[in-house]
Design a protein around this ligand. Structure first.
Ligand code: G16
Length: 552
């Protein structure tokens, strides 16, 4: 029997409805495609979404009908931006080797170019079109998500996707969770939880309740939902745990599109190093508050110092050290310290003090380039891999081998038994597919409660080096090329030497420049032992030089 062919006529007719804008070139970056839309209801990415529909179907066929995910979101970026990324069957980011295929399709100028590129891919990747295909897709609360989802659906239909499944409005981590769950065999799926939004909420609530058993209810936590989809998800979860964790929600306005991430959210807090105005209005000294981002995949904590009322940030680095310390102690208490090795993965943005603190505590630390995909893969190499970006993206991964070891472990004392059970419950609480703001803040709450710590005690582990992160607009961010996990610039030539010359003047000075993968800018990070050092030349003179290098 002849193998099926691309449905050329239907595909060409559908593609003509989604022409590529001629003046834009698309790139699959740090977190998939991201760009500013024409308006809040914009259409810049419609052709890209149509083509993602084609590619997601092919990826699923290539993987024998396993479910592939597509998330439509621009996460922490302003409401007018939007984006999309593909999710692989275990709930992880798209295999890096397929990113170029996505970029290739997205940039085909005409329908016939697209057809040529598609045919080329099918033959190069030896895709059997007779295989089944399943694609699950969701979007955040941005109004442009709806037309983009329609374009995606058109692409799925044009490529003959057998089972397109629309989650509607969803958090990014919930989509990752569902993709992973959909691809498990029945028995494993029963243990994992139903691959549905309800299954996700129930799994988190059950694990959290078990881990909080016997602990006093926590004091109220302020949660800033960034006026995004986190607010929607939390209305379902919060009632299930309100007896043990009372939550005071702020920034839950999802009906005003322009409010998303505006003066609120994790990125606002981390970048400006101050609480959102809405939090400041109600925060009491010493009270815990946290901010999610627009698609609820990152979280940072903060509080006002009880002594002087000053803002104190507990960012991704602080979450990583808290989690690694607590889990490390549980592993020791379970009697498995010799068997289970813990490692921490960070990026160049990690505060130097956090790295030193982890190393001082005997934990191996690896530095990888920005982007969850890089951290996730590096963390998979450990029995228990803790990964967090300073901006609050992260999770803790337990390898399959570790889960088997824990399940088979025969504790020699009640204390060992309790620690083993806590570790097993943590695996359910912590999203194993991707960083998840909700699951992460529940983990933090569990740890604080077990340790009987407030934010002050948590914060005492180490003192952050003063630091500054700024965006610089340049003519061509792609002119900036880095190496050594983005810690060194190799192009424009000579710029790194000039950065080094400045940095060397300051005690504990460190600085790097890298192109953003989600915004049209380069980011400049600097830290030093004093605030004056971190700010000093990382501000005007250095940035002006940086800009002129890129524009010349
Ligand atoms: C995305 C990525 C993160 C990255 C952030 C900023 O976050 O998932 O890993 O840290 O962008 O990346 P860049 O500096 O390259 O712009 P999100 O929350 O926007 O998905």
């Amino acid at each position: 029997m002849a193998s099926p062919q691309i449905p050329v006529q239907a595909l060409m007719a559908a593609s003509d409805k989604y022409p590529k804008p001629h003046d834009i070139s698309f790139a699959y970056g740090t977190a998939g495609f991201r760009t500013k839309q024409v308006s809040l209801w914009g259409d810049t990415l419609e052709s890209t979404l149509f083509r993602i529909g084609l590619l997601a179907t092919l990826r699923s066929k290539k993987l024998h009908g396993q479910t592939i995910g597509v998330m439509i979101t621009a996460s922490h970026n302003p409401a007018i931006d939007n984006g999309a990324k593909l999710v692989d069957p275990r709930g992880e980011m798209l295999d890096a080797s397929w990113e170029q295929h996505a970029t290739l399709l997205a940039n085909a100028e005409t329908t016939s170019d697209l057809l040529k590129a598609l045919t080329g891919l099918i033959s190069e990747l030896k895709i059997d079109l007779s295989k089944p295909s399943r694609v699950l897709y969701g979007r955040d609360t941005r109004p442009s998500g709806e037309p983009l989802a329609k374009a995606l659906r058109a692409g799925l239909e044009a490529m003959g996707c057998d089972a397109p499944q629309d989650m509607g409005i969803a958090t990014t981590p919930c989509l990752h969770y569902m993709v992973k769950g959909s691809n498990l065999k029945q028995e494993a799926q029963i243990k994992y939880g139903a691959p549905s939004e309800l299954g996700y909420v129930q799994k988190l609530a059950t694990a959290f309740t078990k881990l909080m058993k016997g602990k006093s209810p926590a004091s109220p936590l302020i949660v800033d939902c960034a006026n995004g989809v986190g607010a929607v998800a939390l209305t379902k979860l919060a009632p299930l745990i309100s007896d043990i964790l009372p939550i005071r929600f702020i920034c839950t306005n999802t009906s005003d599109a322009s409010a998303l991430n505006h003066s609120c959210g994790a990125d606002y807090v981390k970048t400006n190093q101050k609480p959102p105005p809405a939090a400041l209005d109600i925060m009491e000294k010493g009270q815990r508050a946290c901010s999610l981002d627009g698609d609820a995949d990152r979280v940072v904590y903060y509080y006002l110092n009880p002594e002087d009322g000053k803002f104190r940030l507990l960012d991704g680095d602080k979450i990583a050290t808290l989690a690694a310390g607590f889990i490390g102690d549980l592993v020791k208490q379970a009697g498995l310290a010799e068997t289970l090795k813990i490692g921490v993965v960070q990026t160049a943005y990690a505060n130097g003090s956090s790295t030193q603190y982890l190393q001082y505590n005997g934990l191996p630390v690896r530095c990888v380039p920005t982007g969850v995909k890089h951290l996730h893969h590096a963390a998979e190499r450990y029995n228990i891999g803790v990964y967090f970006e300073a901006n609050g993206h992260g999770t803790v991964l337990f390898s399959d081998e570790t889960i088997d070891i824990l399940n088979a472990h025969e504790p020699r004392s009640p204390a060992q038994e309790t620690a083993t059970q806590h570790l097993l419950c943590l695996i359910d609480l912590i999203n194993q597919a991707v960083g998840d703001a909700i699951s992460d803040f529940l983990m933090v709450e569990v740890i604080l409660s077990h340790k009987r710590w407030g934010p002050v005690e948590w914060d005492q582990g180490y003192e952050d080096l003063p630091n500054r992160l700024v965006k610089v607009n340049v003519a061509d961010r792609f002119a900036f090329k880095t190496q050594d996990a983005e810690r060194k610039l190799v192009e424009p030539k000579g710029l790194q030497e000039r950065v080094d010359a400045i940095v060397n003047k300051f005690e504990k000075g460190r600085s790097f420049v890298r192109p953003s993968g989600t915004e049209d800018c380069v980011r400049v990070y600097a830290e030093a032992s004093t605030r004056v050092g971190a700010d000093g030349e990382s501000s005007s003179p250095f940035l002006i030089r940086c800009e002129s290098e890129a524009t010349s």
